[in-house]
Design a protein around this ligand. Structure first.
Ligand SMILES: Nc1ncnc2c1ncn2[C@@H]1O[C@H](COP(=O)(O)OP(=O)(O)O)[C@@H](O)[C@H]1O
Ligand SMILES: [Mg+2]
Length: 256
């Protein structure tokens, strides 16, 4: 059965999409079958992997709202073993339309049941609306990226409360796999202070791997490439490779 991991934080610009794409690429390069689900109507994950949603082949909206199978819509990427379930702007309509649908919180979970992947990574949108709730209900594990900047902790309390509510009512199995510090600048005391503060708030949950601020990571999506293919020797690439190892370890530890 696939290990389903949601990458969520309702703050925008904290590195959710960058983490999903590059973690997905490195997990796939370790001979795993990986599906990325682009749950953000902005579609940055899809375009960052060189995928343009087009009407003919469908996207996540069709899966959530029209019962099209995930397998029919999932598409291969330039990375061997890495597939993506793309999103486009119409997915924004699902945020409104789902409200009237029975069992609306379970649409994604049901769509992802019985898929033949080792990992499914869900890139959540920057809100705590019904799409993100679908992501958290479908997931076994959660990764929270936190940007090593001022206000990093803002909103984390609300996210943790949402997770607790979802555990109680909708998905008792949802675990917090880890909190990931992103865009870290080792030369600033602020970055180091934020790292320490995150560790105080989430003892034993913070990934040892810290993602540095690295311009190569910001450039790669405009070429439709993961960092592995864009600049595999960059600091950013090495950090996501290390993260993939840690994720494999944490995912394996849970299984036993
Ligand atoms: N480690 C990093 N170093 C430099 N730029 C980064 C890094 N991580 C993300 N970015 C850039 O920051 C912006 C926000 O990142 P993104 O992954 O899209 O965040 P989110 O999905 O949480 O909104 C993007 O332009 C991205 O390229
Ligand atoms: Mg994003």
């Amino acid at each position: 059965m696939a290990k389903i991991i949601a990458i969520a934080n309702q703050k925008g610009g904290v590195g959710k999409t960058t983490t999903t794409i590059n973690l997905g690429a490195y997990l796939a390069s370790g001979n795993k079958k990986v599906l990325i689900v682009d749950l953000d109507p902005q579609g940055n994950t899809s375009s960052g992997l060189g995928i343009r949603p087009d009407k003919l082949s469908g996207d996540l909206y069709d899966v959530l709202m029209d019962g099209v199978s995930a397998q029919a819509v999932a598409r291969p990427t330039a990375v061997d073993g890495l597939h993506v379930l793309p999103a486009s702007a119409v997915l924004a309509a699902a945020e409104v339309e789902l409200v009237a649908v029975p069992q609306r919180e379970f649409k994604l979970r049901d769509a992802l049941a019985d898929l033949d992947y080792d990992y499914v990574l869900i890139d959540c949108p920057p809100s705590l609306g019904i799409l993100t709730v679908n992501g958290l209900v479908a997931a076994h594990e959660l990764i929270i990226p936190v940007q090593a900047e001022f206000y990093a902790m803002e909103g984390l309390g609300q996210l943790v409360q949402t997770v607790q509510r979802i555990r109680k009512a909708l998905n008792p199995k949802l675990g917090l796999m880890g909190v990931l510090v992103t865009m870290h600048n080792g030369r600033t005391t602020l970055s180091m202070q934020v790292h320490e503060e995150v560790k105080r708030h989430f003892p034993d949950k913070v990934f040892e791997t810290v993602i540095p601020r690295n311009v190569r990571l910001a450039e790669a999506p405009s070429f439709g490439k993961s960092i592995m293919h864009y600049d595999g020797w960059s600091k950013g690439a090495r950090s996501y490779k290390a993260l993939a190892k840690e994720v494999e370890k944490r995912a394996g530890a849970k299984k036993k």
